[in-house]
Design a protein around this ligand. Structure first.
Ligand SMILES: NC(=O)c1ccc[n+]([C@@H]2O[C@H](COP(=O)([O-])OP(=O)(O)OC[C@H]3O[C@@H](n4cnc5c(N)ncnc54)[C@H](O)[C@@H]3O)[C@@H](O)[C@H]2O)c1
Length: 261
């Protein structure tokens, strides 16, 4: 287990009211980072903040829609006033829906692309603008195995996450000599609130009972287990700190051996 402290780090995490973002926010604050949560879900974000503060950590919340650049900029500037220069930024906010290709409408395309791809683009712009002034920083984009591998009934989601890969690599190249590193994580199945919803949709695709979906995945993953939140946290700490100082534009597959590229 990595016992790395994050003392002195100011870390913005989008989508941290839930799932992987929330797990990272709690863990990073326990390692003495100051954490800012940007999310649209105020109620759940406040629960995360309460838990962090009860454990003695430092965190703040901004109700932010990551498809709105002004809201992101306002939050980021406030974070810097409150906590000092932003050192790291994690883009974990995302949406996912499974549907046969011909049932996907433009509304689903716009929502998925706007949150997963445009939102990540806008957050990277705001983060890099700050980091250039601060002398550097690290960015972590939450991609997916679906950012590398095609999946039926997930066309739009895959397109958005393949896009996140291109975005990550291009930004990494442009700012490599500015002490800004940009990497991504590509997890397989992580049992978060997202999969509590998706299991019903995947069950239809495979004609399974919804409760059979996660065991079905476990059986087919070479390690026979799902991604643990600790796996995500450990990979994130590696990518956000000097442990990975020569690494930029890379992605870490957290897939239990399911995919090697
Ligand atoms: N769960 C998985 O199996 C899995 C696997 C690979 C990649 N991912 C990706 O990892 C990230 C986190 O997934 P999760 O499972 O923790 O999801 P989750 O559904 O538990 O959390 C997503 C969070 O994003 C927030 N959000 C959605 N739209 C937003 C917007 N416009 N502005 C601000 N916040 C918004 C939600 O309120 C929620 O708190 C996502 O990008 C997801 O696509 C998930």
């Amino acid at each position: 287990m990595n016992t790395e402290k994050l003392t002195g780090k100011v870390i913005v995490i989008t989508g941290a009211a839930s799932g992987m973002g929330a797990a990272m926010a709690k863990d990073f604050s326990a390692r003495e980072a100051k954490v800012a949560i940007l999310d649209m879900n105020e109620e759940k974000a406040q629960e995360v903040i309460k838990e962090i503060e009860a454990a003695g950590g430092v965190a703040t919340f901004y109700k932010t829609d990551i498809t709105n650049k002004t809201q992101i900029e306002t939050a980021a500037s406030d974070v810097e006033e409150k906590f000092g220069p932003i050192t790291s930024w994690v883009n974990s906010a995302g949406v996912s829906k499974m549907l046969p290709f011909l049932d996907c409408d433009e509304e689903l395309w716009d929502l998925t692309m706007n949150v997963n791809l445009k939102g990540t683009f806008l957050c990277c712009q705001v983060a890099i603008d700050k980091m250039l002034k601060n002398g550097g920083g690290t960015i972590l984009n939450m991609s997916s195995l679906s950012g590398k591998k095609a999946s039926s009934w997930q066309t739009i989601y895959c397109a958005s996450k393949f896009g996140v890969q291109g975005l990550t690599q291009s930004i990494a190249k442009e700012f490599a000599d500015k002490n800004i590193r940009v990497n991504s994580i590509c997890p397989g199945i992580v049992h978060t609130e997202m999969w509590d919803r998706l299991k019903y949709e995947y069950a239809k695709k495979r004609d399974l009972d919804p409760e059979e979906v996660l065991p079905y995945f476990k059986k087919n993953i070479p390690m026979h287990k799902l991604v643990d939140l600790q796996d995500v946290i450990q990979a994130a700490i590696f990518l956000l700190t000097d442990c990975s100082s020569y690494l930029t534009g890379q992605s870490i597959n957290l897939v239990g051996g399911e995919w090697m590229d």
